[in-house]
Each structure stands twice: as C-alpha cells, then as structure tokens.
Design a protein around this ligand. Structure first.
Ligand SMILES: [Fe+2]
Length: 134
C-alpha cells in the first residue's frame, strides 16, 4: 500500500493507523497455509472499526456544517456496503484469493485515496471550526 497523509485531527490519524494494522494482520493471516477462525474475528473487527470511525467523522461533519458532507457520506456508505457484502461472502465460501485481492488492492487503493482527499479536507475544515474530537 502507498503512503497516506496525516490529517489535521489526531483521533482520525489514530483510527487510520489502527485500520492499517488490522488490514496488514488480515493479509498476513491470509498468506498462511490454512487461514483459520482468526480471519473471521479480525474481519468482524475491521467492519466494526470502520463503522464506528465513519459514524464519528459523519457526526463531526454535521455538527460543523461541512458543505460537501453528502459526497463524503456517500463514499462511506458505498465502502461499508461493499465491506459488509465481502464479509458475508467470506463467511459463505472462505475464498482466500478473493478476500486477499480485495483487501490488498481494492481496500488499499480506496484507503489511500479516501484519506488523501476527503479525510484530509474534512479534518482541516473541522479543525478550523474549533473542533478536534468527536
Ligand atoms: Fe472518511
């Protein structure tokens, strides 16, 4: 995965770092000879983490009246729906290459581009409104 920028809000940077660790641990497990139930557990954590993080960003955007809120929210909704589908699919078929490719490529690319654009701008706006945490 490419580098991603730090944004103006510390809680977001912390969450982003946590996301990166979860993703890396999943990829590591999926490279093992026989991925076990830890993958399911970590996927659940990734989904919960993402849902919580998005909700906090969205609450702050609404509280501060961030004008492009709908655009940012739409990207969150899209990713959460996709992530939910992928997790369900994994539970049904345990298709290692499919999950690995999605995490490695799709999620990696999405994360870098989302943090570099929407999160970067959003964090700067929220901070300028005098808020720094949810
Ligand atoms: Fe975001």
């Amino acid at each position: 995965m490419q580098d991603y920028p730090q944004v103006a809000l510390e809680f977001m940077n912390r969450d982003h770092a946590e996301f990166v660790v979860l993703r890396a641990r999943l990829l590591e497990l999926l490279s093992a000879a026989a991925p076990d139930a830890r993958v399911d557990k970590l996927l659940g954590e990734l989904l919960a983490h993402t849902r919580h993080h998005f909700a906090e960003e969205e609450r702050l955007m609404q509280e501060t009246g961030f004008p492009p809120y709908p655009v940012h929210k739409r990207d969150h909704d899209h990713v959460l729906a996709d992530m939910t589908t992928r997790v369900e699919r994994w539970k049904q078929g345990h298709d290692v290459p499919a999950l690995k490719e999605w995490l490695d490529r799709d999620i990696g690319d999405w994360f870098v581009s989302h943090v570099s654009s929407m999160d970067f701008v959003t964090a700067g706006f929220i901070k300028a409104q005098g808020k720094d945490r949810p």
